[in-house]
Design a protein. Structure first.
Ligand SMILES: Cc1cc2nc3c(=O)[nH]c(=O)nc-3n(C[C@H](O)[C@H](O)[C@H](O)COP(=O)(O)O)c2cc1C
Length: 383
């Protein structure tokens, strides 16, 4: 059994008491119904994640409006009719003793929409469409309404998605924001949209409701967002009362670069960026994810003061017993997420629900049957 006293120590985030330092980092798996409502498959999945022993489950990015939906199988939070399904989702997580947080997102230029939007239009009229001031107002309002629905559904908190190269990051990035009005150009202007979203969400849910932020520390692309600016963004969020910063680096563009795919194979590959953001803020809790395969790595990161909490995405998907194994309640080694695999990513990129090559064969077959695919293709799919 690993020696992990800090990993299993409690921590407070605003009014929330977390029983340990393990969180599920948001992981889009494509299990929503085709109309964006919460399916039985999604409920079963999040029940399993919440019963893992992780203290806090951050549900994958849900679409704040149809124009910002990242996928046809994304969970929707853009209509009051979504609240019933979201309530079931919050309940299934909380019933397992975990804190339930829902991430909300606008995918911007990466939206699965006939006319994707972005801070700046594509060249010669190609997508995305440059957002007008009206588009900006409507999007800020959509974030606020989405957050109200998350609260009404009974979640313990809401997380604004400011990472991965989605809309909020597109606005703050000097690489994707070439606007010449109050929302572009200087850093102060590029920061305007992200801060307006935060403030609107806070007005909608109230100052006592925890608002976390998925946070882009460094875009890892030429001309992209650097730590010098993201550190200031972090302090501005702290001033406004952000509950936590869940730090990441890299956008879809950098993910295509060999340097990023190499880094992605390394344990704790985002931790140094979390450490830099932690240095920039005074007492806002910082989460780091990024191939934290072993409890020992998690403990080392916490012990060094690089982050306050650990985020597990693919790692928890590969082994939902990770927290119990780390706690010594199960005396088997953790199953590692295979760095060369990326099956989950390949599946969602091709519009199919994700599963993991590390699951045993019977489980993979049962999953494929459940989602209406041929079980005999399981080895091929996993390969
Ligand atoms: C299939 C997949 C889906 C993801 N979906 C989201 C998401 O909805 N929101 C988000 O902020 N990050 C998302 N991420 C990023 C993860 O939260 C995490 O930062 C990253 O995968 C590194 O952690 P890991 O090595 O434990 O997977 C996703 C990653 C993967 C591989």
């Amino acid at each position: 059994m690993a020696n992990t006293p800090i990993l299993f120590s409690s921590i407070k985030i605003k009014n929330l008491s977390l029983k340990n330092r393990i969180t599920m980092a948001p992981t889009y798996v494509g299990y929503a119904n085709p109309d964006g409502t919460v399916s039985e498959l999604a409920l079963d999945h999040y029940k399993e994640m919440a019963s893992s022993g992780a203290a806090m489950i951050v549900v994958e990015g849900a679409s704040i409006n149809p124009a910002g939906s990242g996928s046809p199988f994304a969970i929707r939070v853009d209509d009051d009719q979504c609240v019933d399904g979201l309530s079931k989702l919050a309940k299934v997580i909380k019933d397992q003793g975990a804190i339930a947080v829902q991430q909300i997102n606008h995918a911007g230029k990466y939206a699965f929409s006939a006319e994707p939007l972005g801070p700046t239009g594509g060249s010669e009229g190609s997508p995305p469409k440059e957002m007008s001031l009206d588009d900006i107002e409507q999007t800020v309002e959509a974030f606020a309404s989405a957050a109200s629905r998350v609260k009404a559904a009974g979640f313990d908190g809401v997380e604004i998605h400011g990472g991965t190269g989605y809309l909020i990051d597109q606005f703050i990035s000097p690489h994707t924001n070439k606007r010449t009005d109050d929302y572009g150009g200087s850093f102060e202007n590029r920061l305007r949209f992200p801060l307006r979203v935060f403030e609107a969400v806070q007005s909608a849910v109230g100052k006592d409701f925890p608002i976390g932020h998925r946070f882009m520390a460094y875009e890892a692309i030429p001309g992209g967002l650097e730590l010098k600016e993201s550190s200031i963004w972090a302090t501005e969020l702290e001033k406004r009362g952000v509950a936590y910063l869940s730090v990441m680096f890299g956008t879809y563009e950098s993910m295509m670069l060999p340097e990023y795919s190499e880094a992605d194979k390394t344990e704790g590959f985002m931790a140094s960026y979390a450490g830099e953001i932690k240095k920039a803020v005074s007492d806002t809790p910082v989460i780091t994810a990024g191939r934290i395969q072993s409890p020992e790595t998690a403990e080392k990161i916490l012990d060094a003061g690089t982050a306050d909490l650990i985020g597990l995405a693919r790692v928890l998907f590969a082994d939902p017993l990770w927290p119990q194994k780390a706690a010594g309640q199960i005396s088997e080694p953790v199953k590692r997420c295979e760095p060369a695999c990326m099956l989950c990513m390949k599946r969602i990129m091709s519009g199919k629900p994700a599963f993991c090559s590390q699951w045993d064969k019977a489980r993979r077959e049962a999953f494929l049957v459940r989602v209406g695919e041929k079980p005999e293709e399981v080895d091929q799919a996993a390969g």
